[in-house]
Design a protein around this ligand. Sequence first.
Ligand code: PMV
Length: 323
Amino acid sequence: MKTSVTVQAHANIALIKYWGKRDENLFLPTKRSLSITLAPLTTVTTISLCSKAHTIFFNGILKPKSQITTFLDRLKTWLKLDDYFCINTGNTFPTAAGLASSASGYAALVFGLNELYQLGLSTQQLSLYARQGSGSACRSVFGGFALWNKGILADGSDSVSQQLFDQHHWAELRVLVAIVSHEEKNISSRQGMMRAITTSPSYWQWVEESEQKIPLMIQAIHEKDFETVGWLAEHDCLGMHHTMHTSKPSFTLWTNETNKLMSCVYGLRNKGIACFFTIDAGPNVKILCLAHDVPCIKKELATLGCVKELIECAPGGGPRFVD
Ligand code: PMV
């Protein structure tokens, strides 16, 4: 057995969103979701054995007992491991501002432990464990396009992701991540989801419509039909955020800058440039487009004066070793 491994995993962006759990403890979703794994948004994690207790360093800073510690204890039980771990982890992108840092983080952790102990877990098993760290993490164990199945079993063993297409399927696809804020969001995804499910009158209608979009989205990705992919993704994202706006008390994760970017995308489309937005649990906006339109979109975004950082992403691969 090795004593230390360093691995990396990419974040993912959902084209059809996960927003709501039917089982809080097992992280079982109310519906399916579909995502693209994004390079170069990466978490790099080194896992080494530790003698007494888990220690977690995030970007070199020692973290007090955290969700990661609890997750490691659960993994120890599931995988029958006796050791404690020293985790050194960091992201190449802002954390907790709707950029799925927990997805890449938990995917890297599970992948890394599998490598450290040479457990030989299948990607489906990695997905199953990663899901219980953060739901969206179960999609980051695959490169390319992943579908997270809702599953029907009470123990959640069939609620795992599968790869639909690998990262080479549609190499021209781009996601421009426009960062307008580096701040952590003011409500956690878990709390936001719970409030939407329990209080928003539009929640179950969104779930139904979102489910209906899944086969259409798969077909459109298969055919590389960008307009359909973009339209479905944007509409699904608006439906998800509507459940927040209609919650009691209502809340929004958008800021003035988010609205500015959404208007900018509408404006670009009016000028005939094919681009669409999607937004997760934070104010930052992800713009879907094709490679040849990137320079023109970047130029327009630069005129807004509110984009702090722009990261050009493309479909990325699954988790892997780092030398
Ligand atoms: O995995 P969590 O608990 O961070 O939830 C992520 C939820 C969204 O990013 C808003 C949507 C998604 O499907 O990734």
